[in-house]
Design a protein. Structure first.
Length: 359
């Protein structure tokens, strides 16, 4: 697959221009991945907070896309690294404070208060033990990226390889996940470095092979969950290294398919599914907003005595999307925009009078 230009996307958390200046295929994939995250939590949160179990079909959908959902988001975030690294170090790190650290702190408070935690002095309060682990991991990757990016050329491929291998022996948990998803983040940067050299592999045949492998693997996961097979995929959250080629194949097939859909593989940029592109362009807003919204909806339904999953699932899914769309619209107001990006401090400029002309 051909790597995208690092200039095709804005920094994480910033407002994005629309039109041909953006890689529409990236917006489509990111938007789809965000929808899958919202769907996952629309089933998980009613179960965690209300003991409401969703149906098999929705659980099968969540299981099918589990290997690719977050891996794709991290890969696409890594594609943006090249553009970020082109900025001076001070600007680079300050932008990450504004677009990652700041919203992490703001939404940690919002999320925990929504869940009922009120003691800000408790160190446990600030540990990314909820949906904000994604933002926390991104901050870590961007923090070490300037040092790792010094590795020249294709030798940079050592970075994702080492991270993936390191995730294997580590106990399942935050450190293992940090290494595993870090491999995808820096693999995205590697794709940008490889550039047009990847285009020779972007063929229709390879695309269908990759999609077939991913579909078969997803079906095997579902079969294992339903007890029809002795699932090798049991404990998949441990990110077993032997399954990594299958995950990479699924990601590659998805990217090639969407690029063909938009004509990007031929240098075009057809406008497809604008509503999904919109979610992709505003992925940070949708990601931050959806979880506490779903917690609030679940608690409200529980207080009303509603325990029917046919009500809780669509309420959490559609309600979270509606609030996120509203938040995107309200970002035109500074007080709302400050929930997602630390406001830039205006610098007062001194007007210098022009020199007097000689008489």
């Amino acid at each position: 697959m051909t790597s995208p230009s690092p200039q095709s996307q804005p920094p994480t958390g910033s407002r994005a221009p629309s039109g041909a200046s953006r890689a529409r295929w990236m917006d489509l994939i990111r938007g789809g991945a965000i929808l899958l995250v919202v769907l996952l939590h629309a089933t998980a949160i009613p179960w965690m907070f209300g003991g409401i179990s969703s149906g098999r079909v929705v659980n099968d959908i969540n299981s099918f896309f589990a290997p690719y959902r977050m891996s794709l988001l991290f890969l696409l975030s890594g594609v943006l690294l090249t553009r970020s690294l082109a900025k001076p170090p001070g600007t680079y790190y300050w932008n990450k404070v504004r677009t990652l650290i700041w919203p992490y702190l703001v939404w940690m408070v919002i999320g925990m208060l929504t869940e009922g935690y009120t003691d800000l002095r408790d160190p446990f309060f600030w540990i990314p033990n909820n949906w904000l682990w994604f933002i926390f991991f991104l901050a870590v990757y961007y923090a070490v990226a300037p040092l790792l990016a010094r590795i020249p050329g294709t030798w940079f491929g050592v970075v994702p390889a080492v991270l993936w291998i390191a995730s294997w022996p580590l106990p399942d948990g935050d450190f293992s996940n940090l290494c595993y998803y870090g491999g995808f983040f820096f693999a995205g940067h590697l794709c940008v470095r490889l550039g047009s050299r990847l285009s020779r592999f972007e063929t229709r045949t390879l695309m269908w092979v990759c999609l077939a492998v991913a579909t078969g693997f997803g079906a095997f996961i579902i079969a294992g969950n339903r007890g029809y097979a002795n699932a090798m995929t049991a404990g998949f959250d441990a990110h077993r290294l032997e399954l990594l080629p299958v995950v990479i194949a699924g990601i590659a097939g998805t990217v090639m398919a969407v690029r063909r859909l938009t004509g990007s593989h031929q240098g075009h940029s057809h406008d497809r599914a604008r509503w999904l592109q919109y979610i992709g362009r505003n992925s940070v807003v949708f990601y931050l907003v959806h979880f506490p919204t779903q917690v609030w909806i679940t608690n409200t339904l529980s207080d009303l005595g509603v325990t029917n999953p046919n009500i809780s699932l669509p309420a959490c899914f559609l309600g979270a999307l509606a609030v996120a769309y509203l938040a995107c619209w309200l970002r035109r107001f500074r007080v709302v925009d400050a929930l997602f990006v630390l406001p830039a401090f205006a610098r007062r400029t001194t007007q210098v009078a022009p020199p007097a002309r000689a008489a």
